[in-house]
Design a protein around this ligand. Structure first.
Ligand SMILES: [Ca+2]
Ligand SMILES: [Ca+2]
Length: 410
């Protein structure tokens, strides 16, 4: 662990070890000169709410994330049969709702292709919003998060309207700006159901009505596809985020790009040969910055880790936590040179810590490298990690806040 800690201490604005943070936060200087794009404080995004503590995409989960200090809450959006925007991670709803326990919907179970992959499940697009509202959320990862199953059956599936209402209400109550970070899921799939960019137009109509057509809106719109973001960039000033996926990480730390995680799905359909990785080259970033304000790469794109068969945390098992942290890949600096914010994902206390066993240490490491925001299922850990680096309680400017957009749209 010594190599990681020394790397962290070499960053500016890191006077304290993470372990001391909880007792010394108040004595930190109002220092935000992390190497973020604008030296502003990085944002903590409540990934699917507070998915580590409550079933994902529920008002209870979003509320908890806000109470834990998240700056943004993240609803993934899919459309119902009657074209309503609801918060689910996938059009398939069998894994996150009790739909299987509803005999009246047994005959809705079917097989559909989503981004070229066949799924047999219940699909949001086969249910009206009224029908969706008779379902209740359940924990998606009961084996990993058994405690969360205590909340199964208690919460409705929220609409985008309800998520926005919550963010606005909590902003008033707390005096903080609670933003929303909606993801347009499977644009190509939804085009097949509703028509070209009907989904995108619905999202924009709602967001413009609620927040105005302005880069000052406390909103980021994200997508793994490209064409829809380029379309949106001509229709809105609201900030846009190009998500960048991958299949896996190779033992040597390089990124594995295998279908269906090799390319944005609209590239697959259009025959564009570029992979996700190609979006992050100099040329790729030049392309992305013409329509987006930020990239949202999977975190192994930012920090290289190597599997060298050493049980670093001494627990008798070899896991991804044991990988050797080589260091930053340079992508954060490259994206910043292009004027792009970098928001990365996903940080979890209970899984997926490549090269790290302590999630707070992991998040502090990435923040020290200059990411402008991070998605975490455990907003409290994200906020604590940030507090080891910067005090945001005094109104320190957050990365991406109004006024830094420039004239990137061309
Ligand atoms: Ca998402
Ligand atoms: Ca181990």
């Amino acid at each position: 662990m010594i190599d990681k800690e020394s790397a962290m201490l070499s960053q500016k604005c890191m006077p304290l070890l993470p372990v001391l943070a909880s007792i010394t936060v108040m004595s930190l200087p109002a220092c935000a000169d992390l190497p973020t794009l604008t030296d502003a404080a990085p944002i903590v995004i409540g990934h699917r709410g507070a998915a580590g503590y409550r079933p994902e995409h529920t008002i209870a989960g979003y509320t908890l994330a806000i109470e834990m200090g998240a700056d943004y809450i993240e609803p993934d959006l899919v459309l119902t049969k009657d074209g309503q925007m609801i918060a689910r991670h996938e059009p398939m709803i069998g894994g996150t709702t009790d739909v299987a326990d509803h005999p009246e919907f047994a005959d809705r179970k079917t097989t559909r292709l989503v981004d070229g992959v066949a799924y047999t499940d219940w699909f949001a697009g086969d249910f009206t919003l009224a029908e969706i509202k008779t379902l209740r959320a359940k924990e998606r990862l009961p084996a990993l998060r058994p405690g969360n199953t205590a909340y199964d059956g208690r919460f409705e599936i929220p609409t985008l309207d309800e998520v926005i209402a919550l963010a606005k209400q909590k902003s008033k109550e707390t005096g903080r700006s609670i933003g929303i970070y909606p993801e347009i899921k499977h644009s190509t799939y939804h085009t097949g159901l509703f028509g070209k960019y009907v989904f995108e137009n619905k999202v924009l109509k709602k967001l413009h009505a609620e927040y105005g057509n302005t880069e000052c809106a406390p909103v980021y719109i994200q997508s793994f596809e490209v064409g829809n973001l380029r379309y949106l960039s001509k229709k809105t000033k609201i900030k846009l985020v190009q998500l960048v996926d991958a299949d896996d990480v190779n033992p040597d730390g390089s990124i594995s790009l295998v279908p269906p995680y090799r390319q944005p799905y609209d590239f697959v359909v259009s025959g564009d040969p570029r992979t996700f990785g190609d979006l992050l080259t100099d040329e790729g970033l030049e392309f992305v910055k013409r329509y987006a304000d930020a990239i949202g790469p999977w975190k192994p794109y930012l920090v290289r880790t190597v599997d060298d068969d050493v049980d670093r945390n001494g627990d008798g098992q070899l896991t991804i936590n044991d990988r050797r942290v080589v260091g930053g890949t340079g992508l954060i600096e490259k994206a910043h040179e292009k004027g792009l914010l970098v928001h990365t994902w996903t940080f979890r206390n209970d899984s997926s810590g490549y090269g790290f066993s302590d999630p707070l240490e992991e998040m502090a490491y990435y923040l020290g490298l200059g990411v402008d925001g991070l998605f975490t299922d455990f907003a409290d850990t994200g906020v604590a990690a940030r507090a080891t680096l910067v005090d945001v309680s005094n109104g320190t400017r957050l990365a991406g806040q109004c006024g830094r957009r420039g004239d990137k749209r061309r």
